[in-house]
Design a protein around this ligand. Sequence first.
Ligand code: GLC
Length: 735
Amino acid sequence: MQNRVSRILLFSLVIFLAGNTIAQPVKPIYLDETRPIEERVKNALSLMTLEEKVALCHAQSKFSSRGVARLGIPEVWMSDGPHGVREEILWDNWGEAKWTNDSCTAFPALTCLAATWNPDMSAIYGKAVGEEARYRNKAVLLGPGVNIYRTPMNGRNFEYMGEDPYLASRMVVPYIQEVQKNGVAACVKHFALNNQENWRGHIDVQVSDRALREIYLPAFKAAVTEAKVWSIMGSYNQFRGEHCCHNDLLLNKILKGEWKFDGTVITDWGGAHDTKQAALNGLDIEMGTGTDGMTRSLTNAYDNYYLALPFLDELKKGTIPVSVVDEKASRVLRLIFRTVMNSKRPYGSLATPEHAQVARKIAEDGIVLLKNDGNLLPFDASKLKNIAVIGENATRKLTVGGGSSNLKARNEVSPLQALCAKYGSKISYSMGYASGPPAYGRVIPSKLNADSLRSAAVKIAGAADVVLFIGGLNKNHRQDCEGGDRQSYNLPFGQDKLISEIQKVNKNVVVVLVSGNAVAMPWVDKVPAIVQAWYLGSEAGNALTSVLSGEVNPSGKLPFTFPKQLSDCGAHSFDKLCFPGDSVHEIYKEDILVGYRWYDTKTIPVQFPFGYGLSYTTFEISKPTTDKPVYSRAETVKMSFTVKNTGNVAGAEVAQIYVTQSKCPVMRPVKELKGFKKVFLKAGETKTVTIPIKVQDMAYWDEKTNNWKVDSGEFILNLGTSAGDVKYMGAVQVK
Ligand code: GLC
């Protein structure tokens, strides 16, 4: 009996095991997440038809491209933008889909993030915006933008990280790393030399190799080689005669060759112009092409895309080798496996209180106090009976407009709302000026009468203890907005006149500028306090009020210079060909002398320097030392010093180190930012700070050897708190 039972047990075990092995289908490698991604890519590619490979390389709708439906490989859904996840857009045109589940958190503009000079802020920013993109099921977030601020006229500077490549390089890395931890690809943009909006679709930029390497590429290189960004967006313009969306030097040689980028190159929307060039010059996914003669067609006829049927045709004829489409398809598959086919990625979240706090924190950390004579700020509520708030930007929604970074924010707290919540009946308000409704690509002037707006504002100004003017630019066309550049360096909508009228009736004027660009300040000597507030997003009013009330001590520093007048700026010191170009070509004649590099080297006084920002407290920096006097090229200089908070409120100072090469065979800027550290200190507290400066970072691009070069000899490390305020200079030798 015993034997019989054991035989039955054994037999049923055999059946069970056999059943399991037979019934269990073998999982194809591309679906097996235990296998390395490269094996999965190769396997998927081996199963795909030529048509399926080509389909991966172009859009199927306004913001999506194909997967491989037959193999269960999902589509790639993309969304703007750098400051938050854009609302859903219609399948085949720029219209809003009018969903009711896609309101988001509007985070501060990237100029504000750069103004924090605090990579920790960049990390919490990337994490939060990545969680929102993940929750909205996007595989690609079309941001951050890191184009260099070459001129205050550029309509899109507000979306970028200022005039210095080192600051932009340090601030872009954590943002990308944290976005991508959500299984969402960041898409650093616009690669490259897209530094204005005029003629952006075709202007052919000429710039030297040195300026390309030392100024315009570093932030992209950091995104690729340090942050390991998974996608990059080609820019609309041309560089040396080739469109940047399919540019052999930029995409094949530098990006994929030198920098070993293994991600996906995506066009800007409509940035592709030629099948052969798109195929051979490094483009991977073509988006946004209007195929009926390049207009904004309703039927985008995706099969007519350059990388659609025309591409398939060339592959079938053999005029383009299949290896070309295999390389593209591999990159797209890698993007898919890293994002939508990564089952371990988190689930994200949308418009949460936590994200609102992140937005507020970054905003508070980025607001810059430019002037505060007589310590008019922070407001002392016990002394103030009547605060007159004047200016349209105290109430205007500024998360709307601006072009593709436009957001449908769940909330947007305006400055006036937050001020009233804080100061109640002490607040009086008058709009003062009107800019007209946001309208993409055109200016619709306001119908309101400017004179009566101004006189009403001057009236309440005269009756108040202090005037809080909240103006600046806005997201209208030809202001801080994609698709056009500014036409004047001055504040628009009669604000200069309004400010000068106000200060005639009240000396206690605080001017708050909400903008993403520098502006002229003809009234700068007449107003005691000036605050540079950025597009601060959903928590704008709360952040601004925290700073004005002293709840938060401002610690932002300018990521770009405020020149006294436009003609002082490098890009505006030559001719039309230098800016904005002659509608076909543009030559960046200021070359490597962009921003403070220009003003320093030409000894041109500026209104407010790069890296400048005040505090409600004061700081003292001690004489620095370096860990040794002589360094080899592979080493890192460590400069140490102490920072003391000599005031009676907590605050933060940003120590900055600019490097000068004492003697150099080529022209170099007077000094260049190569290290910084934001130091938070309680009242009276002292901290020892050490800033590492890689000797390799002190290199210049040698056009003779086409490579980076660090000469041996003396280098001066300038330690200061802005480009205009060097406190100590320490010399080191490179051997
Ligand atoms: C726009 C912008 C780009 C944006 C894209 C999709 O033209 O240049 O930044 O991501 O098209 O909206």
